[in-house]
Design a protein around this ligand. Structure first.
Ligand code: HEC
Length: 119
């Protein structure tokens, strides 16, 4: 019984720390998103995707300017190279993990032209 209780306690602690680690990643990722240091042309992700605009992080495949990309990491690296003139982030690196965690929280809608009032 005592063992079971310690086991339950341990599981709760582990779950809780995993949860806060994720929240930490999302926060760091959001900072990276606004950081022009990812590239070399003074732009950040937020320059074009203000507040996450146009990014739907719930998808697994992405199509950017005609290129099919598997996974959010590849999509992010595509923009880092093409839009920021930066070096792609290594997959599995702390920076990429943080950026990807943040991107997965985004549910940006593509702007729809028919939303223009009067049409
Ligand atoms: C110069 C403008 C520009 C910058 C800067 C930029 N992007 Fe993009 N990004 C685009 C365009 C254009 C698309 C394609 C949008 C479309 O198809 O509607 C795109 C698409 C994406 C997509 C796919 C979205 C989807 O839901 O299909 C992701 C993910 C993405 N960008 C991430 C990033 C990240 C991360 C950064 C910063 C490292 C970044 N972008 C910086 C222009 C930019």
């Amino acid at each position: 019984m005592k063992l079971l209780r310690s086991f339950l306690l341990l599981s709760i602690i582990l779950l809780f720390s995993a949860g806060t680690a994720h929240a930490d990643d999302v926060k760091k990722g959001k900072e990276l998103f606004k950081d022009s240091m990812l590239g070399t042309n003074g732009k950040s992700c937020n320059t074009c995707h203000s507040g996450g605009k146009d990014i739907d992080g719930s998808k697994n495949t992405f199509k950017i300017l005609g290129s099919e990309l598997e996974g959010i990491e590849d999509a992010a690296n595509f923009c880092i190279e093409m839009a920021l003139n930066g070096k792609p982030l290594e997959k599995g690196s702390a920076k990429m993990k943080a950026l990807a965690s943040y991107l997965r929280t985004l549910r940006g809608k593509k702007e729809i032209e028919s939303e223009t009032p009067g049409y």
